[in-house]
Ligand binder design. Structure first.
Ligand code: MTE
Ligand code: MO
Length: 423
């Protein structure tokens, strides 16, 4: 895969090479005539004629072989080394609000640590009355909480600041997942350890090769943070920090330390401005925003989208998308078919939870003419997702992080979809 610029040409070649299957599989009409007629009515399909595998063959289930293209993908020029790698969630293939464990995007600063839980310890020390060293089994003896939350990397959509670039919501918005976590409230453990009155900041550190560490203010730690050991009911996957990770609801992904091994309580931030500069936002005047933790409300239409074109032609058409806010619940989502001139209310379906992905639908009768599809979320605080122009007016184009501008998909008459921007 080659480095791309914002020209149509290179985005096309990206789709062909990067998304792999897109060109061949997606272009194929799904209408009658596809497949093997010998398996279709009035014939008896081949899988009806012989016994299938018994239960012993698949002790751990996996998706149908026909779903082999529903995978995390990376972008070669963003995944230069094991010191810094990222893969993207295939949002265009998913429904509902839960991300399956095997499809959660990954972001590693030192590769995946394969931690033996028997040797893993969580240490809580610093400005505390009773320092703790806990095994996984000991952690499991504290009262449990179950919470569904999205986690978004602050760099999600970061490549789109200067213009439409990556052709697919997997790549423009796929640094997000939404999981049900089971674990222990961080407050419970901090109360057990007894934080001293001058304890104001936590150093949270991972056991990976990056020994990634971050500063977390005590107010957030005592509010809703969790030390999770299960995701969607089963043990965390190694990619997501097995055997335990920090969950920091609504706040940017880099604080969600994986393979969590240490929490040290101090009286001030553990990181200097320079050290945190990797996750600050450079403003037009050359100054940087610091400690911008909360993820602003954002939404995206996941289908149709460049990797999920409309294959059925005009007629009844389903627009499916995701909305979320680090400030709380999604209040409403509106959809535009004409690049933001007219807006129509979308239908929220399924649970609408605090700091979780929310699924929305907009169903309409497509007349087959080109569309400029957009979605816009409003959260329960009243905050409305800005257009990219509004966002750039304040933030300029020097940032990588916290791009929550409205996404536009250009649907052509033939149903193909492209990442564009409207003036
Ligand atoms: N120990 C450790 N924790 C980490 C990271 C890391 O590299 N090492 N990456 C952080 C970043 S930048 C993000 S966006 C999230 C990614 O979590 P995920 O891999 O579950 O998607 O984990 C965070 N926690
Ligand atoms: Mo991140």
């Amino acid at each position: 895969m080659s480095k791309m610029d914002s020209s149509r040409q290179s985005r096309r070649s990206f789709l062909a090479a990067g998304a792999g299957v897109a060109a061949s599989v997606l272009a194929k009409p799904a209408a009658a005539g596809a497949g093997n007629p010998a398996n279709q009515p009035p014939n008896v399909p081949e899988w009806t004629k012989s016994l299938g595998e018994g239960v012993a063959v698949r002790p751990y289930g996996k998706p149908s072989k026909f779903e082999k293209d529903v995978v995390r993908r990376d972008v070669e020029w963003l995944t230069a080394s094991r010191e810094s790698s990222v893969s993207f969630t295939p949002l265009h293939e998913l429904e509902g609000i839960i991300t399956p464990n095997g499809l959660c995007f990954e972001r590693h600063h030192g590769g995946i640590a394969e931690v033996d839980p028997a040797d893993h310890r969580l240490m809580i020390h610093g400005l505390v009355e009773r320092p703790l060293i806990l095994t996984l089994e000991e952690l499991k003896r504290y009262p449990r909480v179950n919470r569904i939350h999205f986690m978004e990397c602050a760099a999600n959509s970061g490549m789109e600041w200067r213009g439409a670039q990556l052709n697919g919501c997997q790549f423009t918005h796929g640094m997000i997942h939404c999981v049900q976590y089971t674990g222990v409230s961080l407050r419970t453990l901090l109360e057990e350890a007894g934080v001293k009155t001058n304890g104001k900041w936590l150093l949270v550190e991972g056991a990976d090769a990056a020994a990634m560490d971050r500063s977390l203010p005590i107010e957030k730690a005592l509010d809703d943070c969790i030390i999770a050991y299960k995701m969607n009911g089963e043990a965390l996957y190694p990619e997501q920090g097995y055997p335990m990770r920090l969950v920091v609801p609504g706040w940017q992904g880099n604080l969600w330390v994986k393979w969590l091994r240490r929490i040290k309580v101090g009286d001030q931030p553990w990181h200097t401005r320079e050290e945190t500069s990797k996750y600050t936002d450079l403003m037009p005047n050359g100054k940087a925003r610091r400690f911008t933790w909360s993820m602003d409300a954002k939404s995206v239409i996941t289908s149709p989208s460049p990797q999920a074109p409309i294959r059925h032609g005009k007629g009844f058409t389903i627009v499916s998308g995701l909305a979320w806010s680090g400030a709380g619940k999604v209040k409403r989502v509106d959809v535009s078919l004409d690049g933001g001139r007219n807006w129509w209310p979308a239908r929220l379906d399924g649970p609408v939870l605090d700091k979780a992905l929310t699924r929305f639908y907009y169903e309409f009768d497509w007349n087959g003419e080109p569309l400029l599809l957009q979605s816009r979320v409003q959260d329960e605080t009243g905050y409305v997702q800005p257009s990219k122009a509004e966002l750039r007016k304040i933030r300029g184009v020097n940032s990588i992080y916290h791009n929550n501008g409205i996404q536009t998909w250009h649907v052509q008459a033939n149903g193909e979809v492209e990442n564009v921007e409207v003036a």
